[in-house]
Design a protein around this ligand. Sequence first.
Ligand SMILES: NC(=O)c1ccc[n+]([C@@H]2O[C@H](COP(=O)([O-])OP(=O)(O)OC[C@H]3O[C@@H](n4cnc5c(N)ncnc54)[C@H](OP(=O)(O)O)[C@@H]3O)[C@@H](O)[C@H]2O)c1
Length: 269
Amino acid sequence: MKVGFLGFGEVSRVLSRKLMAEGVEAYTCTEERSLKTRQNALDLGVKLCESLEEVAEISDITISAVVPGATVEVSKKVGNSVKGVYVDMNSVSPFTVKEALSFVENGKTVDASIMGSIKKGADVKIVASGSFAESFAELNQYGMNINIVGPDLGQASALKMLRSVYTKGVSALLFESLYTAYKMGIDDILLKYLSETECPGFKESAISRIMSSELNAKRRAQEMLEVVKVVSEYTDPVMSRATLEFFQMISKKQGKSNYEKIFHGFSDD
Ligand SMILES: NC(=O)c1ccc[n+]([C@@H]2O[C@H](COP(=O)([O-])OP(=O)(O)OC[C@H]3O[C@@H](n4cnc5c(N)ncnc54)[C@H](OP(=O)(O)O)[C@@H]3O)[C@@H](O)[C@H]2O)c1
């Protein structure tokens, strides 16, 4: 089995490491990419192609894991070179996924979304939809955790977007209420009261959400832009828009803020 990666960042690194350990041949192309990307590929020993088109041509499964903004550009570039199945794994809206996949001439396409952080490992849950999702799910025998959610392109990415309305919205609410409490000197006690009404482990999960909100604010803001587009097709995206504004605000303050103080405060007892 040959699996090609378009983009070789965090996602490709984690997945290819596991797949190669299970005997899969992994390919990528790092021409014109950053030093970090080149180093990632070198460290892992994936096979290097001269172009993205070559990756798409020789792979049984080609996975696009670039950045949301490059989703369409990359599929356009390799669309008529794809021989096997093309999987889009970027965090973009169903509209963007469908546009990207429309450039894959052989029509063997899959919409896939990572439901969580790849830091959890190669067995992080991935949802997939489209008539070729089963071919992609063959990678489960090599340690991946692909769950087919439907026959139509757009279903997997819609699930991911709608999950974000909830998860990122809750993170923004937690951040705002606890940061205000911190400024007033009552953060510990607020956490205590919230923990009483929420589920066990709430405090740890609240701290983890707040820390990752600040660390990943830019990426989250980009994803919330896509979320707002999706929700606005069906209803007024009041909550999603507020979450988008929140992450845009945090990303602008990144590096200048003292938010880490909050985390110290939370970790004291
Ligand atoms: N990380 C996660 O936990 C996670 C979870 C869910 C979904 N996702 C999605 O999965 C995708 C990949 O995420 P990631 O965390 O692996 O991102 P990342 O670490 O930022 O890596 C992105 C990779 O894509 C490359 N790239 C960017 N533009 C490109 C282009 N036009 N052509 C070819 N390669 C290009 C980058 O190269 P350079 O280094 O040269 O820029 C880098 O190698 C994203 O769409 C993200 O939204 C990630």
